[in-house]
Structures are given as structure tokens and as C-alpha cells.
Design a binder for this molecule. Structure first.
Ligand code: SAM
Length: 243
């Protein structure tokens, strides 16, 4: 693409992503905690703090399968708030629905199976869109960004939490060691699924860096885009607004 990163051929990528997430759905939470040493919880908390959901607002959590962000935002949008958790994979959505049900957080929450590249929502329907660790799995991230822009109300904001490229000197080689040696082994040991975790590592490598992704958000029409690097840039939050 003109953003200079390689895409896997389309139907292949979509099938692969579907298979990966159906395969890992059951062990996903445990693996998330192990892989990030629990730090993904802090990254998600930080994202929600930055997103500042407010009572009564309409929030869309895209690729929200696990329900993690929805659970963190739930009390902040109540009373009268609305949270839509949307994901392309029904197995992942089922994980999220169960989590929210266990927490007694189903009132005002909807679960919608949909491709983020073609959202079934009217224009300008959400105050806030969140998207955590999902966009790098999409075949056309630029289409998803345009859809996000379309469904945001004027003055609404989007926060994209995603793996990015380490910024601290020395961190990259440590991170490489972890990604190429430890992580696939953990995948094999815990989830009995080395291939899926290998795929996750590759998809992180291929994903555009902070500045490239910022440009993609701006190209989709989002304004005042800023970037917050977390854990030395291992992950980054890109925030943008619709005006
Ligand atoms: N947001 C959750 C979290 O942070 O715990 C789940 C992240 S999980 C790594 C990535 C999710 O993206 C999966 O549930 C997958 O089904 C979903 N996904 C992948 N491609 C998608 C697409 N085109 N549209 C919507 N969801 C998609």
C-alpha cells in the first residue's frame, strides 16, 4: 500500500484471522495475561482514562470480543449510557458476553457481529469509539478508520490501542528475543497452538509505526490526532476527533 507495509492477500488474511481467533478464544484471557505479564490491563485502563467516557454517552467498542474495555467503561457511561460491543468473530463475542454477564453488566449493552470495515450503524451515532488490539488484524485498516469516522458524532473521539514499534534504545532486541523465542513457546505450551501465536508476532511486526498510523488516521478524516506511547512504544494509543 502507499503506507509502505505489506498486506497478506485478502481472502487469505480474513480466513486466517477468523481461524486464529476461533482457535484462541477459549484460552485468550489466560494468554493475554501471560504474554503481557498482566500489563495489558494497565494499557486498557490507561486507554479508558484517556477516552473519558461520560454518563449517557453512546460508545462503540470495535473488535471488542473479550469485553475488557466495555467492562472498564460500563460504570462510567451509566446511567442512560449505551455500549455496543462489536466483533467479526462470534466465538470472541461470546467470551465478552459471558464476562459482562458474570459482572452483572448487561443492561444497556449490545453485542453486534460485524466487520469493522463495513459497519451496520448509521452516520454520526457514537460519542466515542474504542478499538483495542484489533486494527492490525484487519485486511483494510484504512476502511475501518473511514467507517469509524463516519459513525462518530461531531466532536466525538476514537482511541486506537495497538502494538507499535519500541522507541527506547535497546528495547527492540529484548523485545525480538521475547517475540520470536518465548512467545511462540508459551503459545505451544499453554494453548497448544504455536501457529496462532506465531501469526500474532508477525502481524505486530508488519503493522505500521506510530507516525505512519497517525497519517492513516488523518487520511481517514480524523483531526487533532495525538499519540501516546506506553511501555516504551511496545504499544501506542492513537487518539483522534471528528469535527
Ligand atoms: N479488543 C479486545 C481486547 O483488547 O481484549 C480483543 C482483541 S483481539 C486481539 C482482536 C479482535 O479483533 C478479535 O476478537 C477479532 O475477532 C477481531 N477482529 C479481527 N478482524 C476484525 C474485523 N475486520 N472487524 C471486527 N473485528 C475484527
Amino acid at each position: 500500500t502507499h503506507f509502505g507495509y505489506q498486506e497478506v492477500p485478502e481472502p487469505e488474511k480474513e480466513t486466517r484471522v477468523r481461524r486464529v481467533f476461533s482457535s484462541v478464544a477459549g484460552s485468550y484471557d489466560l494468554m493475554n495475561d501471560l504474554m503481557s505479564l498482566g500489563i495489558h490491563r494497565l494499557w486498557k485502563r490507561f486507554t479508558v482514562d484517556l477516552a473519558r467516557p461520560r454518563p449517557g454517552q453512546a460508545v462503540l467498542d470495535l473488535a471488542g470480543g473479550t469485553g475488557d474495555l466495555a467492562a472498564l467503561m460500563y460504570r462510567r457511561v451509566q446511567p442512560h449510557g449505551r455500549i455496543v460491543v462489536s466483533d467479526i468473530n462470534p466465538d470472541m463475542l461470546a467470551v465478552g458476553e459471558k464476562r459482562l454477564a458474570d459482572k452483572g453488566m448487561l443492561a444497556g449493552v449490545e453485542f453486534v457481529e460485524a466487520n469493522a470495515e463495513e459497519l451496520p450503524f448509521p452516520d454520526r451515532s457514537f460519542d466515542l469509539v474504542t478499538l483495542a488490539f484489533g486494527i492490525r488484524n484487519m485486511t483494510h485498516p484504512e476502511r475501518a478508520l473511514r467507517e469509524i469516522h463516519r459513525v462518530l458524532k461531531t466532536g466525538g473521539r476514537v482511541l486506537v490501542l495497538e502494538f507499535s514499534h519500541p522507541r527506547w534504545p535497546g528495547l527492540q532486541s529484548l523485545y525480538d528475543l521475547y517475540s520470536f523465542n518465548i512467545l511462540p513457546r508459551l503459545g505451544e505450551l499453554i494453548a497448544k497452538d504455536r501457529e496462532s501465536y506465531q501469526y500474532l508476532v508477525e502481524s505486530i511486526r508488519r503493522f505500521p509505526d506510530q507516525e505512519t498510523f497517525r497519517a492513516m488516521m488523518e487520511e481517514a478524516g480524523l483531526a487533532r490526532v495525538d499519540v501516546h506511547n506506553l511501555s516504551g512504544g511496545i504499544v501506542a494509543i492513537h487518539r483522534g476527533f471528528r469535527f
